[in-house]
Design a protein. Structure first.
Lengths: 304, 336
């Protein structure tokens, strides 16, 4: 080790046996989490998988329809879903499923590996309050979610542009006016929120159980169990229907079903946007409240 | 160790070589633990532990594995809630723990960093938790710990020694007033251990208060001015290193008739114990009484082949207090 000249940096002593120091701002902690997320190879791998899957589905769907034995009218009707401008709306839809899965994996990994690597001890031992640490992580993950939504939708739209141009279809974005931009903005917000709920589920479970595997298993498994549950509940009549209206997947689907460049018709019985938003807010609020309380009170005796 | 002399405590517990800041006078202790206990179900990890660390102290926290050292440190750093009692940092109680920890740099058990980040990026991440740590300071610290050339290498590819160095470096980033180092020389080769000891000494000379948990008694004896010895969650001895070492002074002798020699020596006043191992007798007695022992043995017609201080006296106290087994004692001698 080098000579320790400069071991002591200048500081202000404040009448006690220590110098006054200020706690890190929330912005600084979010920046810290941003470094961790952006430098993590898994972030880029999951984003790449999402982009590739979204683009591949648009292109493969187009080619499949084109090569099918459908009539020209049927083909034109279906191809319309994957060419611009409808392709943009379809890109949000396609990337929605994969997006939720990869974001669950990313969220659970980012939270859970703090325990498996033992870095949680280092972080809590710095004196930053636990709530602030957790909040910074949640904000950073939320920002990552926005990036994933935008990039995957852009990738799907790019694939849509490719099939539109290469397929010799008329290239148009429709009537690009304030309504068009408003609809695009709403699609982004709805898609973000629908995926963010699953990010919160994975975040909460990985944090409460201090485990990457638990976060991923519950985050992904919850979706499937709800879908199976919803199908079964549908068979038992009105009580089942009522319960179904309060499941996460029902309400995320209710939000994204309204994505489009014009008012979209939704199935009868689909919860309203307000209902869906309120139910999802309650789920996330409860999960986050439990997570923050558990994390604040927990003993961190060892890394995990 | 290069002429390094154990720091001697001044009457107020501050090492004599440490420059004291004028505004430290009358300040609260840096660490004050009061009746600290921690239970995990039926297991009592820490029992009624009380100690005080003053400004400028290099405080050694000794104990075998499972004695409660790391749990005490975890309570100090707010990682674990005490079952009862409390621990104050800079006079700030648990309600202001975060404020106190702003002035603390700590490594707990083994250093833990993000394996996919470089050493420098790990420092950058940690710097974000502190106010005012610049990139220049990160470079400066990497230079101090000798990792300037490997700062861009992934932490996951670091050797154990490099990880330990980075851990020590991370505690220096924000120039804390208190350093808490849990086994700081783990994984280091002898040269690295020596460097860490020098670094600790320089930090102490620069006015830092240092709390070291270690099982390397020789290391603690050389750098610490005060020590506490833990066993089974309780502090068994606490005080200045010199006072505790004095209690543990012993003389080692090799003779032709150990059994008879033991009888002869047992008849002398002030000898609390005589251990026999590997043909040597270790007599718990101040080294100043060596000539008296020699005379007694020679007068009894016993041939004395070797006679001298029994080495590390702190180790002797530690082993007596913690009731170490013969195997552990043998290991301790190997460590020394």
């Amino acid at each position: 080790m080098a000579d320790a000249a400069g071991i002591t940096a200048p500081g202000t002593t404040v009448g006690t046996n220590r110098r006054q120091r200020h706690p890190a701002s929330l912005a600084s902690l979010v920046s810290m989490e941003r470094i961790k997320i952006m430098k993590r190879p898994m972030t880029w791998i999951t984003l790449l998988i999402l982009v590739a899957a979204t683009m591949a589905i648009v292109i493969i769907a187009y080619i499949s329809i084109h090569a099918s034995n459908l009539t020209a009218a049927q083909k034109a009707d279906r191809i319309h879903n994957f060419t611009l401008p409808t392709g943009i709306q379809r890109s949000f839809e396609i990337s929605g499923f994969f997006g939720a899965v990869v974001l669950v994996v990313l969220s659970a990994s980012i939270v859970g590996s703090e325990y498996s690597w033992g870095t949680i001890r280092m972080m809590v031992g710095t004196g930053v309050t636990r709530s602030k640490l957790l909040l910074a992580k949640l904000i950073a993950l939320s920002l990552a979610t926005i990036v994933f939504v935008v990039v995957s939708a852009a990738a799907g739209s790019l694939a849509s542009l490719l099939v539109t141009v290469l397929g010799g279809h008329t290239l148009t974005l429709g009537t690009v006016n304030s309504t068009w931009w408003g609809d695009l903005g709403l699609m982004l917000v709805r898609s973000f929120f629908a995926r963010w709920v699953w990010v919160v589920v994975a975040f909460a479970i990985a944090s409460i159980f201090r485990s990457v595997a638990a976060g991923i298993a519950v985050g992904i498994g919850w979706t499937f169990l709800e879908q199976i549950g919803a199908a079964l509940l549908g068979l038992i009549g009105s009580i089942g229907d009522t319960i179904n209206r309060y499941l996460i997947s029902t309400n995320t689907a209710a939000l994204t079903a309204r994505n489009g460049f014009s008012p979209q018709s939704v199935d009868k019985g689909t919860p309203s946007s307000l209902h869906a938003f309120a139910v999802l807010v309650v789920y996330t609020a409860v999960l986050l409240a439990i997570t923050f309380v558990v994390f604040r009170r927990r003993d961190i005796a060892s890394g995990s | 160790m290069d002429g390094m002399v154990p720091r001697q405590p001044s009457p107020n517990g501050v090492a004599g070589s440490t420059p004291m800041r004028t505004d430290d006078i009358g300040a609260a202790p840096v660490i004050r633990a009061r009746s600290l206990s921690k239970h995990y179900g039926e297991v009592q990890a820490v029992k009624d532990v009380s100690f005080t660390v003053n400004t400028g102290d290099v405080y050694g926290f000794l104990g075998p594995n499972g004695s409660g050292k790391s749990t005490t440190i975890a309570m100090m750093l707010g990682l674990v809630q005490p079952t009862s009692g409390q621990i104050d940092l800079f006079g700030l109680g648990p309600a202001r723990r975060s404020e106190g920890l702003m002035s603390v740099g700590a490594i707990i058990e083994s250093p833990t960093f993000y394996p996919y980040l470089s050493g420098r990026d790990n420092m950058r991440v940690l710097a974000r938790t502190r106010d005012g740590v610049t990139d220049a300071r990160i470079s400066e610290v990497l230079e101090i710990i000798g990792l300037s050339d490997s700062g861009s290498k992934r932490y996951g590819n670091y050797s154990l020694g490099m990880k330990q160095r980075l851990g020590i470096g991370s505690t220096l980033l924000h120039d804390p007033d208190l350093l808490v180092l849990d086994e700081p020389t783990n994984g280091l080769d002898p040269a690295g251990m020596l460097e860490v000891r020098h670094l600790i000494q320089r930090l102490a000379d620069g006015g830092k208060t240092i709390f070291i948990s270690s099982h390397l008694l020789n290391e603690v004896e050389q750098v610490c001015n005060r020590v506490a010895i833990l066993s089974k969650g309780k502090i068994m001895a606490e005080g200045s290193t010199s006072d505790i070492s004095r209690k543990g002074q012993a003389v080692r002798v090799r003779v032709d008739e150990p059994v008879r020699a033991k009888d002869v020596l047992n008849k002398l006043d002030g000898i609390s114990s005589i251990d026999e191992r590997d043909g040597y007798l270790t007599i718990s007695v101040p080294a100043s009484r060596t000539p008296e022992l020699n005379v007694a043995l020679v007068q009894a017609g016993i041939a004395v082949y070797e006679l001298g201080p029994a080495g590390n006296s702190l180790e002797h106290v530690f082993l007596e207090i913690t009731g170490a087994s013969e195997e552990q004692r043998a290991d301790a001698h190997l460590v020394e």
